[in-house]
Design a protein around this ligand. Sequence first.
Ligand code: NAP
Length: 315
Amino acid sequence: MSHGNRFLTRRDALKLGLAAGAGMALGPRALFAQSASAELLSKPIPSSGERIPLIGIGTARRYDVATSEEELAPLREVLRNFPGLGGKLVDTAPSYGNAETVVGNLLAELGNRDQIFLATKVGAGRQGRAAGIAEMEGSLTRLQTDHFDLLEIHNLSGTADMLPVLREWKQEGRIRYYGITTTSKNQYEELAGFMRTEPLDFIQVDYAIDNRSAEDLLLPLAQERGIAVLTALPFGRGRVFEAFGDTALPEWATELGIETWAQFALKFNVSHPAITAAIPGTARPEYLYDNFNASRGVLPDAATRQRMAELVANA
Ligand SMILES: NC(=O)c1ccc[n+]([C@@H]2O[C@H](COP(=O)([O-])OP(=O)(O)OC[C@H]3O[C@@H](n4cnc5c(N)ncnc54)[C@H](OP(=O)(O)O)[C@@H]3O)[C@@H](O)[C@H]2O)c1
């Protein structure tokens, strides 16, 4: 089957062994032009049923910029175009240098805060409850908002002190969802303990096609406990591109509507049944279109995921 820009029918998709119910697939080039009509894939947040698109935006490192127009221009274009494509989730943190301020200023300037599912974190709870609360108040100011759509305890910093605060803020409507993050394997057991005892809405964990440790404990537990999962570092901070960026995609992958290694990595990522959305670092408009296209079309099924993982493992 040629890939091209034509529509892939649902029957074609089933013949290819793709996940049923995921919708129609388009070539990514066509999606540029037809994104408004192509079906956008989303998954529900288990604790509420609210659906969010599979691909969000991560703001670590690249949104930690000064305020020169040269640095801000591509970030503004990303945040301007994201909601128009159907995107919602933007993830940041007070520990990402100037990122919260940059995101807050740009959303205020663009006037599209209401279209964004805004997620940030609190890490200062490691110095106690008061320090954690002060950081959260600061995040509201920097982000120029009166509520967080998601607030997560960053890398289990002061979790016992901060969970009661997050529960209170959620009751008061200043937090819509709360959770805990880690990107350290030596914290997985500790995170699992909180997942078993606390009614978390979300966890955020590192997961990539060449970094699948979360599959052993955290992802099955999230499914069992009805906790949404965001995946941090879905490209391993660019490691995926260093390993495969110059290699041609296999034909069976292009037949799935995958045109780039970014989409290959992201479609693998978000097709895990436990995963709600991925937050690739996205600081250029061309990355936005590329990455966001992974939230359209069809998702690989279990057999195709296996094939994708084997390709990467044997590279
Ligand atoms: N909870 C935690 O403790 C934690 C820790 C780390 C990260 N995170 C979250 O995870 C997010 C992602 O992390 P990350 O940005 O460090 O790593 P990443 O998403 O794994 O990789 C980002 C890198 O991939 C490149 N890239 C992005 N889209 C591309 C595309 N379409 N084609 C080619 N290259 C592309 C970027 O290149 P350039 O260098 O050109 O920009 C960037 O260097 C963070 O923003 C943050 O929200 C959370």
